[in-house]
Design a binder for this molecule. Structure first.
Ligand SMILES: NC(=O)c1ccc[n+]([C@@H]2O[C@H](COP(=O)([O-])OP(=O)(O)OC[C@H]3O[C@@H](n4cnc5c(N)ncnc54)[C@H](O)[C@@H]3O)[C@@H](O)[C@H]2O)c1
Length: 388
C-alpha cells in the first residue's frame, strides 16, 4: 500500500512509523525542520519507541513538505493535523483538516481519507455533503503523549468509523503493524466513532476531576487523602489506577475535547459535562489559593510538564496557576530543564536547580521526584502516589 500521512505530530508520526514497517509511507508536514529531522532519523518528540524505531528498524518512510508528491499516488491519506479549540466560536478549529481534504480532492480524488485528528461529532457527514465526496471516514486515536508509538503497537482497541471493505483494510493495516496479539476491533459509523473519542476523553477528565475534588475536600477538612482514595479504590468497580491527585487535567486533548463535547450538547439536557469543564477551573483556583495562604514572596515552579520524564507542557494546569499567582502579584520563578529561554510568560527560568531551590520560598510541584529530596520542607504538591 502507498500511504500518505498529513501532520507529523504525536499522532501522525506514530502512525507513519507503525505503517511504514509494511507499507510505503510519505509523511507530509508544513514544518521543514521537522521533515529534515525525520529524514535524518531523529525524533522531534521525546518518545522511547519512536526514537528506537527510527534508529533501528527498516522503515519505508520518507518525510516531505511537498504535499503534491505525498498525495498523488496514495491509496490512503491519513489526516492527523491539529484541531485546536477556538474560544471565539466555542468549537474546534478544523481548518487544517479541511485544508488537507481540499488538497486530496484536487490532487488524488480517489484516495481514501482517514481522519485521525479529533473532530466534532458530525464532522465527516458535514464534509461529505460540503465537498460531495464519499471517500472519507474517521478513526479515533487513543494514544498517550510520550507513549505514542507504544500505544499503537499495543492498542487498547481499533475503532474505524465505517462498515466497509476499505474500513476493514484500514483496520488490518493498523493490526499488521502492531505487536499485541488480540486487539479488539470495532466498526461503526463515523458519527458514533467521533462520539467515542470525545466521550472517552471526557470520562478521563471526569475521573481526574473526581479524585482532585476528593483531594480538595480532604485538604480543606484536614483529612488524609491517601487513606480515602485507597479505601475507595479497593472496590474493583472503581479500581486503583488513574487516581493520583494533580493540579488539574491538562495536555493537548482533555481540556479541548471536554469543551467540544459540551458544545456538541447544545440543546441536549446535561449537568455533568459542563461540571467536568468547570471543575478543572475550580481546582486550579483552589491550588493557587492554598499556595497564596502560605504568603510566599517567591514561588518556585518545579517543571511546567504534567508528567515525570516528559518534555511536553501543552496546556498544563500549572500554567493557569502561574497566571493566578501573578495576578496576586507574587514573584514566580520556574525550573524547566527542557526550556533554553530566559523567561516563560514573563517569569524567569532558573536553570541551576540549587539556585532555584535557594531562591524559592515554596516549591510547587505537580509531580515530585528524587531531585527534590533535600527540600521537602519547602514543597507544595498534591502528588500522593509519586506517579503520573
Ligand atoms: N496528542 C495526543 O495525545 C492525541 C491523541 C489522540 C488524538 N489527538 C488528536 O490528533 C490531532 C493531532 O494531534 P497531535 O498531538 O499529533 O498534534 P501535534 O501538534 O503534535 O502535530 C500536528 C502536526 O501537524 C502539522 N500541521 C499543522 N497544520 C498542518 C497542515 N495544514 N498541513 C500539514 N501539516 C500540518 C504541524 O506542523 C505538526 O507537526 C489533534 O486533532 C488531536 O486532538 C491527539
Amino acid at each position: 500500500m502507498k500511504i500518505a500521512v498529513a501532520g507529523t505530530g504525536y499522532v501522525g508520526l506514530s502512525i507513519a512509523i507503525l505503517l511504514s514497517q509494511h507499507n510505503e509511507v510519505m509523511a507530509y508536514d508544513i514544518l521543514p525542520q521537522k521533515v529534515e529531522m525525520l529524514n535524518n532519523k531523529i525524533s522531534p518528540i521525546k518518545d522511547k519507541e519512536i526514537e528506537e524505531y527510527l534508529k533501528t528498524k527498516q522503515l519505508n518512510l520518507h518525510a516531505t513538505v511537498d504535499y503534491q508528491g505525498a498525495f498523488k499516488d496514495a491509496d490512503y491519506v491519513i489526516i492527523s493535523t491539529p484541531t485546536n479549540y477556538d474560544d471565539k466560536t466555542n468549537y474546534f478549529d478544523t481548518s487544517s483538516v479541511e485544508d488537507i481534504i481540499q488538497k486530496v480532492i484536487s490532487i488524488n480524488p480517489h484516495a481514501i481519507m482517514v481522519v485521525k485528528s479529533t473532530i466534532p461529532v458530525g464532522f465527516i457527514e458535514e464534509m461529505k455533503k460540503k465537498y460531495q465526496i464519499d471517500n472519507i471516514f474517521f478513526s479515533p486515536e487513543f494514544l498517550r503523549e510520550g507513549k505514542a508509538l507504544y500505544d499503537n503497537l499495543y492498542p487498547s482497541r481499533i475503532i474505524v468509523g465505517e462498515k466497509s471493505e476499505r474500513a476493514s483494510l484500514f483496520a488490518n493495516l493498523l493490526k499488521e503493524g502492531a505487536l499485541k496479539e488480540d486487539i479488539p476491533i470495532k466498526f461503526m459509523n463515523s458519527k458514533e466513532a467521533e462520539a467515542v473519542k470525545l466521550f472517552a476523553n471526557t470520562y478521563l477528565a471526569l475521573r481526574v476531576s473526581y479524585f482532585n475534588e476528593l483531594d480538595t475536600y480532604a485538604e480543606l477538612k484536614g483529612l488524609d487523602t491517601a487513606d480515602i482514595i485507597d479505601g475507595v479504590c479497593l472496590d474493583p468497580r472503581i479500581g486503583k489506577y488513574y487516581n493520583n491527585p494533580s493540579f488539574g487535567y491538562g495536555g493537548y486533548c482533555l481540556p479541548k475535547d471536554t469543551k467540544q463535547l459540551l458544545a456538541n450538547y447544545r440543546n441536549i439536557p446535561e449537568n455533568l459535562i459542563e461540571a467536568i469543564v468547570n471543575s478543572n477551573e475550580t481546582r486550579k483556583k483552589h491550588i493557587a489559593s492554598m499556595i497564596l495562604k502560605r504568603m510566599p514572596k517567591t514561588v518556585g515552579i518545579y517543571r511546567l510538564t504534567m508528567k515525570t520524564n516528559s518534555d511536553n507542557f501543552r496546556s498544563s494546569a500549572i500554567q493557569d496557576i502561574i497566571k493566578l499567582l501573578k495576578d496576586a502579584k507574587i514573584n514566580v520563578i520556574i525550573y524547566e530543564p527542557t526550556l533554553s529561554t530566559d523567561f516563560f510568560d514573563d517569569c524567569p527560568i532558573i536553570s541551576n536547580l540549587d539556585k532555584f531551590k535557594e531562591e524559592s520560598d515554596i516549591i510547587v510541584a505537580n509531580r515530585i521526584d528524587d531531585y527534590l529530596e533535600d527540600v521537602q520542607y519547602k514543597i507544595y504538591t498534591r502528588d500522593i502516589y509519586i506517579r503520573d
